[in-house]
Ligand binder design. Structure first.
Ligand SMILES: [Mg+2]
Length: 276
């Protein structure tokens, strides 16, 4: 891909190509991304989701380069995320699930919820089940530490009403964390967020620099923990963001990861040549 495509002058954001060049030579690098809406196109049925062409190939290749850790970070639970992303037993790709409450790498997060949180989650799930009765077409998803209301595919008015009702249900309960997304509101009993989990993973694997991309409100937690000088954060799509860069869509993000791979491979090859 040409550097022109990655130049984001029109958005008023700094040149992504230059940022990737800087990152490619970092001795230790964490490359992490949100899944849905970033590595995978949205589908009407969230269980039909799968990675966009080229996405996993680029991530797998990055994960095999020296000093490079790759992670996928999602609101989905680790098990579902692994299945949808098509993670193989030979892959060296870390998974952070349930918005950072769960990790496939030990020592990153404490994913358990206590008895009080369990009781709260059970009550919340009952309330959400009642709520969706009033909003035909809205779907309930049970998660390990949360319950979500999905409205993808619904007429705009019905979707808005269902999401507002779910949001209000969560706002009324101070122990519940409300996480709005695209056509989804998630009500969580966990205090985890993608930013804390990303930081913890970077510490555990010893990565001094991080690349992170995502499209959702919950990805802002991750963008905010990154250093705008030494890290690169990429918002996928429109909307206000704390990210340093932006790409228009999933296809452009895959191209960005392929470009990062290309640049980092060059750095690794050069280092190999210089080595006595
Ligand atoms: Mg997303």
């Amino acid at each position: 891909m040409s550097s022109e495509v990655l130049t984001t002058a029109a958005t008023g954001m700094p040149d992504l190509e230059a940022a990737l060049r800087g990152l490619a030579s970092a001795p230790t690098l964490l490359v992490a991304s949100d899944f849905d809406g970033a590595l995978a196109e949205f589908t009407t049925d969230p269980s039909d989701s799968g990675p966009a062409p080229g996405a996993m190939t680029a991530l797998r290749a990055l994960s095999r380069l020296p000093g490079t850790t790759v992670a996928i970070v999602s609101g989905r639970d680790v098990r579902t995320l692994g299945q949808l992303a098509g993670i193989r037993s030979t892959d060296r790709i870390a998974l952070l699930g349930s918005h950072g409450a769960e990790s496939s790498v030990s020592g990153v997060v404490n994913g358990s919820i206590d008895a009080d949180q369990r009781t709260l989650l059970d009550e919340l799930t009952t309330q959400v089940a009642e709520l969706i009765q009033d909003h035909p077409g809205a779907r309930l998803e049970r998660k390990r530490a949360a319950v979500a209301v999905h409205t993808r595919g619904l007429p705009a008015g019905s979707a808005k009403a269902a999401l507002e009702a779910a949001d209000q249900l969560g706002q009324d309960q101070p122990q519940v964390r409300v996480m709005p997304g695209k056509s989804v509101v998630e009500l969580s009993v966990s205090h985890a967020d993608k930013g804390s989990a990303l930081r913890a993973l970077a510490d555990v694997v010893g990565a001094a620099h991080t690349f992170y991309s995502g499209d959702d409100v919950t990805d802002e937690d991750a963008f905010e923990v990154l250093d705008p000088e030494g890290d690169v954060s990429v918002k996928v799509g429109s909307g206000t963001t704390a990210a340093t860069h932006r790409v228009p869509d999933v296809t452009a993000l895959v191209a960005t990861l392929q470009r990062l791979l290309e640049l980092r491979r060059d750095v690794v090859d050069e280092a190999a040549v210089r080595r006595p």
